[in-house]
Design a protein around this ligand. Structure first.
Ligand code: NAD
Length: 248
C-alpha cells in the first residue's frame, strides 16, 4: 500500500482535487459522527428515528426531540480543525475543484472556503425550512422560539411543519446540488474521500464515478469502507494529522 509520501506527491501533482467529506472530518471539532465507535447511532440506535423524514412528519414527539437536539447541537460551539484547514490550503493553491460534503455543520465554509467551492449534498443545519410552503430562513430565530417554550414551532407564514434545511433519510436529494457533485467528481484528477463510511448512496457512488473517469482515489478513514479496494491508497490515521501531512 502506498505511503504518505507517495500520496503527498500525487496531490502535489494534481490540479483538480475533489474532496468528498463526511462526519469523520468534524469529530475532532467535537461533533460526533453517526457510525464511528463513538457515533450517535452506535451509542443510541433510537436516535436514527430523529433523522427519518417519515417519523419526523408523522410524530410530534419525534419533532419535539429533534428541536431539543438542534438546540443542544455541538456544531454551535464547534470550530474548524486542522483537517478542514488543510482543504482550504489546497483551495488557496488553486488545486481544489470542489468539496462535496455530506456534513450539515457548515464548518468547511467557516474554515475559509469560497462559498461556491462547497457542495452540501445533505443541506445545512444553519437554515430552517417549511415542509409545506418551502419558506426558508436562518435557523437562529426559530431556535429562539424553542428556547422561549414552543417545543414544535410551526411556520409563521402557513402553519406548516418546520425542519432544518437538511436532507433526512427518506427525503430526496436536491437534483441541482447532486448534479453539481456528480459533474465535479467526473472532472477530478484526484478524489480524496475523508471521514466517510461510504455507505450512503448516491454520494458514495462519486468514488467509482471519479475512478472510472480516470481519477486517482485516496480514502482517509479510520475504519474500513465497502469500497476500499477501489482506492489507490487508504490511510487510517486521524484526519487532523493525515490531511495536513498529505496536502502541505
Ligand atoms: P459516518 O458516521 O457514517 O462515518 C464516519 C466515518 O469517519 C467512520 O467510518 C469513522 O471511523 C471515521 N472517522 C471519524 N472520526 C475520524 C477521525 N478523526 N479520523 C479518521 N476517521 C474518522 O459518516 P458519513 O459517511 O458522513 O454519513 C453520516 C451521515 O450523517 C451523513 O449523511 C451526514 O449528513 C450526517 N452527519 C453529519 C454530521 C456533521 O455535519 N458533522 C455529523 C453526523 C452525521
Amino acid at each position: 500500500m502506498p505511503d504518505i509520501r507517495l500520496v503527498r506527491q500525487w496531490i502535489a501533482t494534481s490540479s483538480r482535487v475533489v474532496a468528498l467529506t463526511g462526519a469523520g472530518i468534524s469529530t475532532e471539532s467535537g461533533i460526533p459522527d453517526f457510525r464511528g465507535p463513538q457515533g450517535v447511532w452506535t451509542t443510541n440506535p433510537k436516535a436514527e428515528r430523529l433523522s427519518n423524514i417519515h417519523s419526523y412528519m408523522s410524530d410530534p414527539e419525534v419533532r419535539r426531540l429533534a428541536w431539543q437536539s438542534r438546540l443542544d447541537h455541538p456544531a454551535w460551539r464547534a470550530a474548524p480543525n486542522a483537517g478542514h484547514r488543510a482543504l482550504v490550503a489546497l483551495e488557496r493553491r488553486g488545486m481544489l475543484l470542489a468539496v462535496v460534503t455530506q456534513n450539515i455543520d457548515g464548518l468547511h465554509q467557516q474554515a475559509g472556503h469560497a462559498p461556491d467551492k462547497v457542495i452540501e449534498v445533505h443541506g445545512t443545519m444553519r437554515d430552517v425550512m417549511c415542509m409545506a410552503c418551502a419558506w426558508r430562513g436562518p435557523m437562529e430565530p426559530t431556535l429562539d422560539r424553542v428556547r422561549a417554550g414552543e417545543d414544535d414551532p410551526p411556520c409563521k407564514r402557513c402553519g406548516g411543519i418546520l425542519k432544518s434545511a437538511t436532507i433526512s433519510f427518506g427525503q430526496s436529494l436536491e437534483p441541482d446540488v447532486i448534479n453539481r457533485a456528480l459533474r465535479a467528481a467526473g472532472r477530478a484528477d484526484l478524489l480524496l474521500a475523508v471521514g466517510t463510511s461510504l455507505q450512503v448512496y448516491p454520494v458514495a457512488g462519486l468514488v467509482p464515478l471519479a475512478k472510472a473517469a480516470g481519477a486517482r482515489v485516496v480514502i482517509v478513514n479510520a475504519e474500513p469502507t465497502p469500497i476500499d479496494e477501489l482506492a489507490d491508497a487508504v490511510l487510517r490515521e486521524p484526519i487532523g494529522e493525515v490531511l495536513p501531512a498529505i496536502v502541505m
